[in-house]
Ligand binder design. Structure first.
Ligand code: HEC
Length: 109
């Protein structure tokens, strides 16, 4: 599927060089479900019920856990698969920064 333009108002929380990497990693590993804009309006995202990352408020630790372990829904079925647990600490920080970047750049829809 075509990649939509990267959000311009992304606010880096980590040093600038890592923030770019975070966005690139996000586009590769997360945007298929969560969308380039974080809203989850992709084919897979809608099917699985991905949340609008811009409207959600998990803590840093919860975001990291989500990426490393995935999350099951109320019914115990896995909704978001674990993306990977092999990220470096720095890479997971970059993901956290991109997830939170959606909150800063967009008011909840
Ligand atoms: C296969 C599809 C898929 C991929 C790939 C994916 N996610 Fe998710 N994600 C979901 C779904 C579905 C949910 C909602 C799960 C739930 O209801 O708890 C979710 C939930 C989340 C949440 C919690 C939102 C909240 O409000 O609690 C975060 C944070 C998140 N994803 C971050 C990421 C990041 C970062 C990546 C890339 C490393 C990623 N996701 C990759 C499908 C995906």
């Amino acid at each position: 599927m075509p990649l939509r333009p990267v959000i311009l108002a992304f606010v880096p929380l980590a040093p600038a060089s890592r923030a770019d990497d975070g966005q690139g990693l996000y586009n590769k590993a997360c945007s298929s479900c969560h969308g380039a804009d974080g809203k989850g309006q992709t084919e897979i995202g809608l099917k699985l019920g991905a949340k609008d990352l811009g409207a959600s408020k998990p803590t840093d630790a919860e975001i990291e856990k989500q990426i490393r372990e995935g999350r099951a829904g109320e019914d115990g079925k896995l909704k978001m698969p674990a993306v990977t647990d092999t990220f470096t600490q720095q890479e997971s920080k970059a993901f956290i920064a991109s997830v939170k970047g959606f909150r800063k750049s967009k008011p909840p829809a």
